[in-house]
Design a protein around this ligand. Structure first.
Ligand code: ATP
Ligand code: MG
Length: 571
């Protein structure tokens, strides 16, 4: 490909709209352009990269025995009413009416459509197991689209759905996808980690998120420094250990805390450590109000609390509701005297003479004790873990790192097959529900995550397997015939050997070309300059900036080897 014909439109300046590195570089390298909030056009350079990821995904899904389909983006409301998600999905589901007044939506995901397809076509256990996948455009009307392809409204997803005759089969399908995802992200050349994720009402340990590791990632991952346990922040657990404070119970007292609302303020004001305080947070759930108690230096984990209660809905009470339920203002809630279910975190078990809100403005209670002053309805693991907590599996300590969720696998069980009556006749002649799993990969987010993980201040450093081109040929002076002739011949030879080449044939200053080459991040750059007269060119590795002078008769073969090595290293 000749640069002058490539429609690569780079930008020198950082676009003001871009808050994260990948977004900034994708705009500057001319990979994407914004059409509307969270809606992007893919330019040739960006699309080449997207297609590379798709190709790896497709090859590995096929290898795993999954079959490719293509389902409609526009979906009828009836299916979503059957699964009851028409009412539960919320505003992310973009709904509209057709000319006959019938309700439709743009598909944010395809459980309903695929379940409908399979229930119509599959009758017998002989047709199972089945794993169907597609690479297709999804639409989610995200409340805050941001960071370019990282969180958009219209995006490409690989989604797969498995159907099995029983739990055992479904678990086999699940682990088959787990292995497949590991192969996919390895082949993409990414550093990643599969972490346990929350399964909500379904339970069990059959949900993993695949996280591309990057300091700039939005997601927090906890991992054990001793064993291979890792989980996202929602799911991460810690062993139930609490320090028992062997103190004499002191007399409970009311103290004035004027204007002190936060744990820090109260602790500083009273001259105690944060570990002395118990925070009381009021939640509204489908079972009514609940007070969640955690130690002052801990945070409530809403996903854990929700699972612990078995609730469908949970959210924090607002200022007015807190006043109504506790009789005191926001910031001064406490467990004594309130009439609602009280759930205390395990860490509170051993505490003595602690401090709580008094449910009165500007007042806290000191020397509170369980069970003398109140008793929680139950204790449980309802807090977020922190670095240094004990691993739930061994005696190692947990540590934190950041990542970007690029894939998610989930065992659905019979949630959709029961709601939508997806049944088959089993060997024993009985009608049974199919057991399902679903498996997603964000294609564009994977590209964005790859850039978050692989870049420097000059631009992108593409991993070889997903680079839009393998080699960038940079003739220093396009008016010099020996330079240009060699460059064009090398371009042709390399393309014939299956290498993807970008030849910068622009009549620009070398500095401009070097800058663009670094920005676009093609793994290998061949600079053709005056030295061509001595049959020499310069090979530069984008990743580490290393350069080598290579004989012009060997450079072709050398590049083929380097590219092969770069792609095979991941296989
Ligand atoms: P998130 O928690 O980031 O909102 P999700 O849990 O809603 O994601 P899934 O429904 O599991 O996502 O979708 C599967 C994959 O699709 C995700 O792992 C992610 O890679 C991708 N994805 C989801 N939402 C978006 C989005 N708004 N923009 C780009 N990719 C997305
Ligand atoms: Mg997810």
């Amino acid at each position: 490909m000749f640069y002058s014909r490539s429609f690569i439109v780079t930008m020198r300046e950082d676009p003001s709209e871009a808050e994260v590195i990948s977004h900034r570089f994708m705009l500057r390298a001319g990979m994407i352009r914004k059409l509307a909030s969270g809606i992007y056009s893919y330019l040739p350079l960006g699309l080449r990269c997207i297609r590379k990821v798709e190709q790896i995904v497709r090859e590995e899904m096929n290898r795993a025995g999954a079959l490719e389909v293509m389902l409609p983006g526009v979906q009828p409301a009836e299916l979503w009413q059957e699964s009851r998600r028409w009412d539960f999905y919320g505003k992310e589901l973009l709904r509209f009416k057709d000319r006959h007044g019938r309700d439709f939506c743009l598909g944010p995901t395809h459980e309903e459509v695929i379940t409908d397809l399979v229930r119509r076509e599959v009758r017998s256990y002989r047709q199972l197991p089945l794993n169907l996948y597609q690479i297709q455009t999804k639409f989610r009307d995200e409340i805050r689209p941001r960071f370019g392809l990282m969180r958009c409204r219209e995006f490409s997803m690989k989604d797969a759905y498995s159907f099995d005759v029983d739990e055992e089969g479904a678990e086999r399908s699940y682990w088959n996808m787990y292995e497949t995802y590991c192969r996919i992200f390895t082949r993409c050349g990414l550093k990643f980690r599969a972490v346990e994720a929350d399964t909500g009402a379904i339970g069990g340990s059959f949900s993993h998120e695949f996280m591309v590791l990057a300091d700039t990632g939005e997601d927090v991952i906890f991992y054990c420094t001793k064993c291979d346990y890792s989980a996202n922040v929602e799911k991460a657990e810690t062993k139930t250990i609490f320090t028992y404070r062997d103190e004499r119970l002191k007399e409970i007292k009311v103290v004035e805390t004027p204007g002190m609302k936060t744990v820090e303020e109260v602790a500083d004001y009273l001259g105690v450590e944060r570990e002395r305080i118990v925070k009381t947070l009021i939640y509204i759930t489908d079972f009514g109000p609940v007070a969640a108690l955690v130690r002052g230096d801990h945070e409530v984990n809403e996903a854990k609390l929700k699972n612990f209660l078995g609730a469908n809905v949970i959210y924090m009470a607002d200022r007015d509701k807190i006043q109504e339920l506790t009789g005191g203002p926001l910031g001064y809630s406490g467990p004594i005297g309130i009439r609602m279910k009280i759930i205390a975190d395990n860490a509170i078990r051993g505490m003595r003479n602690f401090i709580t809100g008094a449910n009165k403005e500007y007042k806290h209670l000191v020397n509170v004790n369980i069970p003398r002053d109140f008793s929680p309805d139950s204790f449980g693991d309802i807090r977020k873990v922190q670095s240094g907590d004990t691993c739930p599996r061994c005696d190692g300590l947990l540590s934190m790192m950041r990542g970007i969720e690029v894939g998610h696998i989930f065992k659905l069980g019979t949630k959709y097959s029961e709601a939508m009556k997806a049944m088959f006749i089993d060997k024993d002649g009985k009608e049974k529900y199919m057991v399902m799993g679903c498996y997603g990969i964000g294609i564009g987010r994977t590209v964005a995550a790859a850039i978050e993980q692989n870049h420097d201040e000059d631009g992108i450093i593409f991993p070889i397997p997903i680079a839009p081109y393998h080699v960038y040929i940079l003739p220093i002076n396009v008016k010099d015939s020996s330079i240009m002739e060699f460059s064009i011949k090398l371009h042709k030879n390399l393309e014939e050997m299956g290498i993807e080449v970008l030849l910068d044939d622009r009549d620009e200053r070398p500095g401009v070309k070097f800058k663009d080459a670094d920005l676009i991040g093609i793994p290998f750059r061949i600079t053709v300059g005056e030295k061509i007269k001595k049959d020499l060119v310069e090979l530069k590795f984008r990743r580490d900036g290393r350069t080598e002078t290579v004989s012009s008769s060997h450079i072709g073969q050398r590049i083929v080897e380097e590219v092969k090595k770069g792609i095979n290293a991941q296989n």
